[in-house]
Design a protein around this ligand. Structure first.
Ligand code: BES
Ligand code: ZN
Ligand code: ZN
Length: 491
């Protein structure tokens, strides 16, 4: 995507994209009389509505542009950063459908939003919308690179451009995470996740450490080993350090189950195909560290990825098996399909003991219960720290990669206690389904030193892999978590 900024509209581009507020009763009368007449007529005939996001397109005879797209922006007062992203989605959608490849627009120019945020959001909207996963299509659409020219005042262009370059990095990292998740599990296995992590270490501020099966055995990360026991691919614990601050460290931990069959508690037929998405937490961690390093954020971030497959063979774990975790706690595995919390537990305990981060944020496609509670538009989280919680909510609202806090009341805290072991991996209440997302968080919390460490567990089971396309998100992988964490770290 090429994006330029200039004081006036650029008549050399194919399409003119005009934003129209509810208050604009003149309908471009002064600047474009024929367009104004046509719009008036279209509104009368209800071919064009003044509701946010509705569009009208036309080609005016003798115009310098091949086509004009008018986008309703709603009330000027209500124009938000998210509406900017969405108006860019309308633009990309129109250009791709009609096979145009360049446009110029006044939309940024007529908004009062702060230039940096505006440039960032417009760029995100364009680049996220233009994503396709077509590598397995024999016949691909011809998709030339798009070019955008934003009309914007010269005296504020520098800040806008800063936002545009941030937006490019963030959208690119999000699209990278989408690719990782959309790619089938036959390709994206633990070896592949390892090689993607190693690619990040080309950056001078990034160091990558891979713990292989032997080291996991030596150090006693038996929960990761137990989950991977039924797979032909060796498990890994991947540790990625991005260091660019004098002190402080935040660990981001991503569930990297490259395929979740459920194990002996096998999933019902028809619920398997999507389970390649069970490494979306890992994709979010890789994407966030890629973005943070390219943005040059002044942060120390430790990326932690436990990765393996949850499959079945003669060595696979069985319901009722008891396994000793890295931190010494014993776990009775009541349900082999509640595997995400097991690999996260070892990964988090290992990261805390060996790296002592002040903050730990884990992201996981952990429970179907979270999808039941919240659907696909917002991720659920629990946390032991109010400030961390509100920072995540703010980052979610600003990036629109949103999160919603679940309660973490005292009454839930013994739900995972064991009968013949220290812990069980599902709550006996409703076979793990009653308050399922919260009790998953309770289990993980037993592997964090809650007196010392600020922690949040984000369940992205709904947001990571979408049942249908919506705005600038395509069907399937969304890259959920990358924008959330990038905005969180940008502050
Ligand atoms: N990977 C699944 C959760 C999931 C469900 C992710 C839907 C994406 C979409 C997880 O490992 C799982 O199977 N969880 C169980 C937990 C239960 C046994 C307590 C579930 O949600 O059924
Ligand atoms: Zn599972
Ligand atoms: Zn899973």
């Amino acid at each position: 995507m090429k994006i330029n900024v200039q004081e006036s509209l650029d008549t050399k581009q194919e399409v003119l994209v005009l934003g129209l507020f509810d208050e604009d009763n003149e309908l471009f009368k002064k600047s474009n009389e024929p367009l104004s007449k046509e719009l008036e007529d279209a509104i009368k005939k209800k071919l064009f509505e003044r509701e946010f996001g509705k569009t009208y397109s036309t080609s005016i005879k003798d115009s310098v542009y091949k086509s004009i797209l008018v986008i309703s922006l709603g009330k000027k007062q209500e124009l938000s950063i998210e509406r900017i992203r969405r108006s860019m989605q309308r633009t990309v959608d129109y250009l791709r459908k009609r096979k145009y490849s360049s446009f110029t627009t006044n939309i940024l120019n007529i908004s009062d939003l702060a230039p940096k945020e505006l440039g960032r959001a417009a760029t995100e909207g364009l680049m996220l919308s233009d994503y396709v996963f077509d590598k397995y299509k024999s016949k691909k659409d011809d998709r030339p690179e798009l070019k955008a020219v934003f009309q914007y005042p010269d005296n504020k262009a520098k800040e806008l451009l800063e936002g545009i370059s941030q937006g490019k990095i963030i959208a690119d990292a999000t699209n990278y995470a989408k690719d990782l998740v959309n790619e089938p599990a036959i390709v994206v296995n633990p070896d592949y996740i390892e090689s993607e992590a190693k690619k990040l270490s080309k950056h001078p501020r990034i160091k990558v450490k891979i713990m292989n099966k032997k080291e996991l055995e030596q150090k006693g990360l038996n929960l990761i080993l137990a989950v991977s026991a039924g797979s032909d691919h060796d498990p890994r614990l991947i540790l990625i350090e991005y260091n660019n601050a004098p002190k402080g460290m935040t660990a981001i931990v991503g569930k990297g189950i490259t395929f979740d069959s459920g194990g002996y508690d096998i999933k019902p037929a028809g619920q398997f195909a999507d389970m390649k998405c069970d490494m979306s937490g890992a994709a979010a961690v890789l994407g966030t560290i890629k973005a943070a390093s390219e943005l040059g954020l002044k942060q120390n971030i430790l990326g932690v990825i436990p990765t393996c497959e949850n499959l079945i063979n003669g060595s696979a774990i069985k319901p009722g098996d008891i396994v000793k975790a890295y931190n010494g706690k014993t776990i009775e595995i009541m349900n082999t399909d509640a595997e995400g919390r097991l690999v996260l537990a070892d990964a988090i305990a290992y990261a805390e003991k060996n790296y002592a981060p002040e903050i730990i944020i884990d992201l996981a496609t952990l429970t179907g219960a979270c999808v039941v509670a919240l659907g696909y538009y917002v991720a659920g989280f629990v946390s032991n720290d109010e400030k961390l919680g509100s920072m995540l909510v703010k980052a979610g609202n600003d990036s629109y990669d949103r999160v919603w806090q679940f309660p973490f009341f005292e009454e839930y805290q013994d739900n995972m206690d064991g009968d013949i072991s220290d812990l069980k991996n599902i709550s006996p209440k409703g076979k793990g389904r009653e308050a399922g997302s919260i009790t998953g968080g309770v289990f993980i919390s037993k592997f964090v030193n809650l007196d010392k460490t600020k922690w949040a567990h984000i369940d992205i089971a709904g947001t990571a892999y979408l049942a249908e396309a919506k705005e600038y998100n395509q069907k399937y992988a969304s890259g959920s978590g990358v924008r959330l964490l990038s905005y969180y770290f940008m502050g």
